[in-house]
Design a binder for this molecule. Structure first.
Ligand code: AMP
Length: 414
């Protein structure tokens, strides 16, 4: 778990803002749900999922309830859907921290942030395409180019079940040649053996049956429509028949956005899929659902690699230098802030020189200087910090003069 200081924190905020702009523009509205839920909400995600069995921060609270910090948000959103029964299709977006007890490394943390969307109550394959397209558009707005979209279909639950049995048989036949970890995975969730990158497993993973042999006609048609929609929107994609993703609840469409500049162990920038049975398993009516979660941390690493979406610079409009004791700075900064300008100042009655240094550091466009002469004359000295003449301005005209100077300044910078 990490502290995020400025200017990186400002970058995080802007990241969420860009995401909100993209998805709000498509009718998704924000949901803010609790960071902690009843453990049962998450165990429905799948008893065979590492996220649930090994990585959850769960504990018994003072009231004896078994609760957990959320490891992801789809289950919480579905729980909220069951509780509030909104009109469908219900399109929600979120942002926030998730918690997983993983082995920390670059791009993998125990507290990490995600943004995401969920659309509940519509089984339309073009909704799958809309969801994928919004993720794609978001990366485009961040300026990322090195992103690859992988898509697959896990079919209907029956197709998936038959496929799992075929995989079980396939990997069981490998016997001891399979890595020890994969033999353990095989007993719990044969699908996840496909994710193994261990050397011993590669040939068996490569020769494993693929899900397309098990698709029902309906599943094949759904996936066909998804691919056709992506083509219609000019979104490049690769069909990856072994893409199963980490969570057990997916059916039909699954997809992943990979960052091509990142290490293969951490290159999943985000992903999602359909989870038509999840609401039902949380006690709601049978409800179709699709969504994605995109990791903030890894996406920003990808932005760094591509030299895009830098942290915004921190600056203020005006820095007030007051050598008369500090009370004038208090009043002037308040007046400027009330007029909608940003203003900062120095404290503790520092020398003129020290205050001017602080003004430089603040990267302010203007400094507003008040000494005993200005105080007596009812004026301030306004000094442009990036070249230009300083001038004496009556206190009564201060705000308008500063607004005028800043607008000239902005025009010359633009
Ligand atoms: P998931 O919820 O597992 O489908 O993950 C969606 C995205 O969240 C991933 O593609 C990552 O970008 C991000 N993510 C998942 N786990 C972590 C983690 N431990 N640290 C940082 N990012 C993560």
């Amino acid at each position: 778990m990490r502290d995020i200081l400025a200017p990186e924190s400002a970058r995080w905020r802007r990241f969420t803002q860009v995401f909100a702009d993209v998805v709000e523009g498509a009718g998704y509205r924000q949901i803010i749900s609790p960071i902690m839920e009843d453990l049962g909400v998450f165990t429905r995600i799948g008893e065979a999922t590492d996220v649930v069995t090994k990585e959850m921060y769960d504990f018994v609270d003072k009231g004896g309830r078994h609760v957990a910090l959320r490891p992801e948000l789809t289950a919480s959103v579905c729980r909220a859907f069951v509780e509030h029964r909104p009109v469908t299709p219900w399109k929600a977006w979120y942002s926030g921290s998730q918690f997983r007890y993983e082995k920390p490394q670059r791009g993998r943390y125990r507290q990490f942030d995600q943004v995401g969307i969920e659309a509940l109550g519509a089984d339309d394959p073009y909704l799958d395409v809309e969801v994928i397209a919004l993720g794609w558009e978001f990366y485009r707005r961040l300026g990322l180019q090195q992103v690859r979209l992988l898509v697959n279909s896990l079919g209907e639950p029956d197709d998936r079940a038959r496929y799992v049995e075929a995989l079980r048989a396939h990997f069981a036949a490998a016997g001891d040649q399979l890595s020890e970890q994969s033999r353990v995975t095989l007993t719990k969730n044969p699908l996840r053996v496909l994710d193994s990158k261990r050397r011993e497993d590669t040939t068996f993973v490569a020769s494993a049956p693929t899900i397309d042999e098990f698709w029902s006609d309906a599943a094949a048609a759904h996936f066909e429509a998804v691919r056709d929609g992506l083509v219609a929107l000019d979104i490049p994609f690769t069909v990856e028949l072994k893409l199963v993703r980490g969570l057990d609840y997916y059916r039909h469409t699954t997809f992943e956005f990979q960052g091509l500049t990142l290490d293969s162990a951490q290159n999943a920038l985000g992903g999602g899929g359909r989870y038509d049975g999840l609401v039902e398993s949380l006690g709601g009516p049978p409800t179709a659902g699709i969504g994605f979660a995109l990791g903030l941390d890894r996406t920003l690493l990808a932005c760094d690699d591509e030299g895009t979406f830098p942290a915004p610079g921190a600056t203020v409009d005006a820095f007030v230098v007051d050598t008369t004791g500090g009370r004038e700075a208090l009043v002037i900064t308040a007046e400027l802030r009330a007029a909608g300008l940003s203003a900062d100042r120095a404290y503790e009655q520092r020398s003129m020189k020290a205050q001017m240094k602080a003004a430089d550091r603040s990267d302010a466009a203007l400094s507003i200087i008040v000494g005993t002469d200005e105080l007596a004359a009812g004026t301030v000295t306004v000094r442009p910090m990036r070249g230009g003449e300083q001038s004496a301005v009556a206190r009564a005209d201060m705000v308008t003069t500063i607004q005028h100077l800043l607008s000239i300044h902005q025009n010359t910078e633009a």
